[in-house]
Each structure stands twice: as structure tokens, then as C-alpha cells.
Design a protein around this ligand. Structure first.
Ligand code: FAD
Length: 500
């Protein structure tokens, strides 16, 4: 039986990101993916939010995405005006318009460079776990043996179901068809609202000019049309799409063919546990919700970045398996919050005079500075705060990408994280901390930084003297003039000290 340390079911954005993280952690990881090629997917997601661009920047690959997409202010809450984040303290104070098929292609290219094997054209059909590992059953009759299995296999996750993990939540209240199509007539591009809900027609190819989306004159049309009969569950057809378009626009604009069609709903559910012994869940396998605010892919990628280094350390034996429980503890609340905010946004997108009034009230609130900052920081993922206890405001928050001065010259904090290893950033006396017992897992960087410490929403905070930056870019310990708490933090995040 072929063995890998970790098998990932599903090579969508979450599975690909996780595979990259594990490969950087020097773990033998393989992906099992149903699709024969990465191209065989529609483009559900329209792009990346600021924190996701940051985590890609932490690995040195953000430029690959930025060079292909369109940078813009894209965040809205429900039907609000755009929540501009250009004043946020980040190197990427914007979103990136880039269709999901391109995001996946670029991620797959990176994972390929890291030599991760991908078993394509087959599915994970089930598994059996014991005390030492997991036998992963594949649809081709073969099995793979792994220490850990991660279900990144989307909302209908076979892994979640086979693990018996509950998926509580709310049934759908609305359903929509989404497609990329060829039409012989010129459609009415833009967003339309009517008694059935919100609909949108645009071209797949577009540019951002002066902050506005400008569609190309020709090329495939991207359709999103809310269905009159949300109870439909079968695979959508061209005829379904034609009928839905005629129901809303009075015409299907000479609909000819669809490159892909899909149906999505606002079903809102979250796995009760992200871990069942040697089996973990990430991305849509762990949480599904309406696409409002464009958050699903983004939090899936960020789940992967939270889990990857922890799983790598457990597999390599430097940390105990209990480290994996911090994955659920940290990411479940983030997912739960997205479920809540997407439910609220779904209501704000409903038709009706009373909802119009609610929309106006929320829009007015969000035009004020403080609410704009809070909601934009939530949607962009920049305000994520893992509860690591009392301490400096940076504790449990993302480390800003500061410009540091070191003995070797100037460098950015994020460049220190390219290899997904922890960093002890010492801004005090050079060599001020003894980390020898963890020296194989963390490196200390002596540096100077004279600029401001500005965090999203919180604003200016006191300058810390030292920060333990976890491989995912979050502050796992923040020190003043002493090393109080540092050995405990190093043990918590990186495992017990190595005997001299
Ligand atoms: C209309 C729409 C618009 C959206 N827009 C946005 C947006 O703008 N921004 C955003 O962040 N999110 C958006 N989303 C959500 C986003 O598309 C998903 O959250 C994202 O694709 C989740 O990634 P994933 O890798 O977790 O799961 P998936 O993308 O579902 O990938 C799962 C992978 O697993 C494979 N697979 C499934 N079962 C098996 C199996 N048993 N064995 C092997 N392989 C398997 C599948 O082929 C697939 O490749 C949108 C969603 C919709 C419907």
C-alpha cells in the first residue's frame, strides 16, 4: 500500500494551499482529486481579500496572483456601498479580482514546484482510522496509508460524513444559478433587483478603471440569476438557465451554450468539530454559507495556513497531537462569524420595502468611519484575533509586514516567513534571548524598527520589544523587556525543548 504522511482529499483552493504549507514543512503529502485537470472547474469565487493576499505574500507568491488580477476596492456588506480599505495599515489595502480557476491554476503551479504528488481522476470514498494511521479508500479500488487525512473535499465532503462529524446549521432559503455562457444578443450588464431577489450579468473579462468595473465588449457572459423555485436540487441545465433568465429579464438574450453551469444556495452549516482524531476538515468541508461578501475561498485558504504548520510539526514528532486541537479552537470561531455575517447579508439582499429600509439604515451606518473600519476588517480577514489570553494587543493577531533594519540590511517581516518557519523577532538588545533548545524550529532575528505600530481597527499600539511570529504569521508571544512567558510559548507552539 502506498504511504504518505498526510493525504488531502480534494485539490480545490483549500487542499492546494494546505499541500503547499505541508510541503514547505518538509512533510510527505499527497492530494487525491476527483477532477482530471485543474481547469475542469467553473469560477465561483471572484477573488482574494486583503488578508489572503498577505498570507500568500508571507510565502513569497502574492505577486503571481497580483500580476494576473485586478486590484480594487471590492468589499461590500450586503448591498452597501464599497467599504474602502485604502487607509488600512497593510501593504495590500485592497482586494484582488481574479477568478477562481486562475487562483487554482496558480496555486497548483506552486504545489507542482514543491513536488507534491496529485492522484487525479479518482475520489476518496471512505477511510478507516486506527491508533497509528488512516487507510484511505480510493474510487479506483486502491488504498493509501497516511498518518493523517484532511478533508478539503468541499461542502458535500465525503470525509466529513465518513468521520461522522455533525454539520449543524440552517437549510437554504434561496437558490441561484451561476454560469458562464455565450449569447447572441447584447445582455443588460449590471445588477438587477426585483421581487425574486438579486441578479447579475457581466462579462468574464473585465478591467478596473478609476475604481469601476468596465466589462470588455465581447466574450463569455457571467450570469447569476436567483431562481423562482429554490427547492430545485438536480444538476442545472441550459434550459433551466434559459427559463430563469426569461423569468427575470423577459429574454434569454439568445442563450447558446454554457461553458459551465452551477447552482448555489445560502445553506449555512458548520462542522461541529474540525478534528476527529487523525482526520481533519478544512475549507468548505468544514463550513458552507452564502457567497455574500466573497469569503468562502478566503477563509478556506486561511484555514489551510493555520493547520499546515501545526500538522507538519505533529507529523514530524516535534509537537504532540494536542497542538491540532488549537486548529479547531482558533478557526471554528472565525468560520462561525462568517456564517453569521453571510446570513445577515443574505437578508439584506432580499426584496421588499421593509428590507429596502433596512438596507438604507445599514448603508448609512457603514458610511461612518468606525463601522466601515470594523466591517471591512472583518470581511477582509485583517481583524482575525485568536484568543491566546491576556497581553499586548498584538498577541493572537497578524504580525504587520514591517520594514526592518538588520545587520544584513533592510528586509520585510513577511520575507522571513517564506519557508513557513517560526521567527523570534528581537527588537531589543541584540541576542537578548536564549532559544537554543528550540533552535531547530525557530530562528531569532535581531532587528531595529523605528516606525509606527498600527493595527487594523485598533490603530496605534505600544511598540513591543520582541515577538514570536508563528509560521502562519500570527503573534504567539509578545514580550516587553524580559523573556517572561517565552519558554512556555515556544513549548506551546513549537513543542518541548530539545535536550542539550
Ligand atoms: C457563486 C459563488 C461565488 C463565490 N464567490 C466567492 C468569492 O468571491 N470569494 C470567496 O472567497 N469565495 C467565494 N465563493 C466560495 C468558494 O468558491 C468556495 O468557498 C471555495 O471553492 C472552497 O474551496 P475548497 O477548496 O474548500 O472546496 P472546493 O472548491 O469545493 O474544492 C473541493 C475539491 O475537492 C474535490 N473533491 C470533492 N470530493 C472529493 C472526493 N471525495 N475525493 C477527491 N476529491 C474530491 C473537488 O473536485 C474539488 O476540487 C463563491 C461560491 C459561489 C457558489
Amino acid at each position: 500500500m502506498t504511504e504518505h504522511a498526510v493525504v488531502i482529499a480534494g485539490g480545490g483552493p483549500t487542499g492546494l494551499m494546505l499541500a503547499g504549507e505541508l510541503a514547505l514543512g518538509k512533510v510527505d503529502v499527497a492530494i487525491v482529486e476527483r477532477r482530471a485537470s485543474q481547469d475542469l472547474a467553473g469560477s465561483r469565487s471572484g477573488g482574494l481579500h486583503s488578508r489572503t493576499i498577505e498570507v500568500l505574500d508571507q510565502r513569497g507568491i502574492a505577486e503571481r496572483f497580483l500580476s494576473e488580477g485586478q486590484v480594487a476596492q471590492v468589499q461590500r456588506f450586503g448591498a452597501s456601498d464599497v467599504l474602502d480599505i485604502s487607509d488600512f495599515p497593510t501593504r495590500h489595502p485592497y482586494g484582488l479580482g481574479l477568478w477562481q480557476n486562475h487562483i487554482e491554476r496558480i496555486l497548483a503551479g506552486w504545489v507542482g514546484e514543491l513536488a507534491v504528488p496529485v492522484y487525479r481522476s479518482r475520489e476518496v470514498t471512505g477511510f478507516a482510522q486506527d491508533d497509528t494511521g488512516v487507510d484511505v479508500e480510493l474510487s479506483d479500488g486502491r488504498s493509501l496509508r497516511a498518518q493523517y487525512l484532511v478533508g478539503c473535499d468541499g461542502g458535500r465532503s465525503v470525509v466529513r460524513k465518513a468521520a461522522g462529524i455533525e454539520f449543524p446549521g440552517w437549510d437554504p432559503s434561496t437558490s441561484a444559478l451561476i454560469a458562464e455562457v455565450e449569447m447572441t444578443e447584447e445582455p443588460e450588464l449590471g445588477i438587477r433587483r426585483d421581487d425574486t431577489g438579486m441578479h447579475a450579468l457581466g462579462r468574464v473579462e473585465y478591467e478596473i478603471r478609476d475604481g469601476e468595473v468596465v466589462y470588455m465588449d465581447e466574450g463569455p457572459v457571467r450570469v447569476m440569476v436567483t431562481e423562482q423555485h429554490p427547492e430545485a436540487t438536480s444538476e442545472p441545465t441550459l434550459r433551466d438557465l434559459s427559463e430563469a433568465l426569461i423569468g427575470v429579464y423577459g429574454t434569454d438574450y439568445g442563450l447558446q451554450e454554457a461553458h459551465w453551469i452551477s447552482r448555489f444556495t445560502d445553506m449555512t452549516r458548520q462542522a461541529a468539530s474540525y478534528r476527529e482524531r487523525r482526520v481533519l476538515l478544512a475549507g468548505d468541508a468544514a463550513h458552507v454559507h452564502s457567497p455574500a461578501g466573497g469569503q468562502g475561498l478566503n477563509i478556506g485558504v486561511q484555514d489551510a495556513v493555520n493547520l499546515g504548520w501545526k500538522l507538519a510539526q505533529v507529523v514530524k514528532g516535534s509537537s504532540p497531537p494536542s497542538l491540532l486541537d488549537t486548529y479547531h479552537a482558533e478557526r471554528h470561531p472565525v468560520g462561525a462569524r462568517v456564517l453569521r455575517n453571510t446570513m445577515a447579508q443574505t437578508v439584506l439582499n432580499r426584496p421588499g420595502d421593509r428590507i429596502d429600509a433596512l438596507r438604507d439604515a445599514v448603508s448609512e451606518l457603514l458610511s461612518m468611519d468606525e463601522p466601515r473600519k470594523r466591517f471591512a476588517a472583518m470581511l477582509s480577514g485583517l481583524d482575525v484575533h485568536y484568543d491566546l489570553g491576556e497581553g499586548h494587543p498584538l498577541l493572537g493577531r497578524r504580525m504587520p509586514d514591517l520594514d526592518l533594519i538588520t545587520a544584513d540590511g533592510s528586509l520585510r517581516v513577511f520575507t522571513l516567513l517564506h519557508d513557513a518557519r517560526a521567527v523570534l523577532l528581537n527588537l531589543g538588545e541584540p541576542g537578548g534571548f536564549d532559544i537554543t533548545p528550540w533552535g531547530d524550529r525557530v530562528r531569532m532575528i535581531d532587528a531595529e524598527y523605528a516606525g509606527p505600530w498600527d493595527l487594523p481597527v485598533l490603530g496605534a499600539v505600544a511598540a513591543p520589544v520582541a515577538v514570536l511570529i508563528r509560521p502562519d504569521g500570527y503573534a504567539g508571544w509578545v514580550g516587553d523587556l524580559t523573556d517572561a512567558g517565552l519558554p512556555d510559548a515556544l513549548t506551546t507552539w513549537l513543542g518541548p525543548p530539545t535536550a542539550p
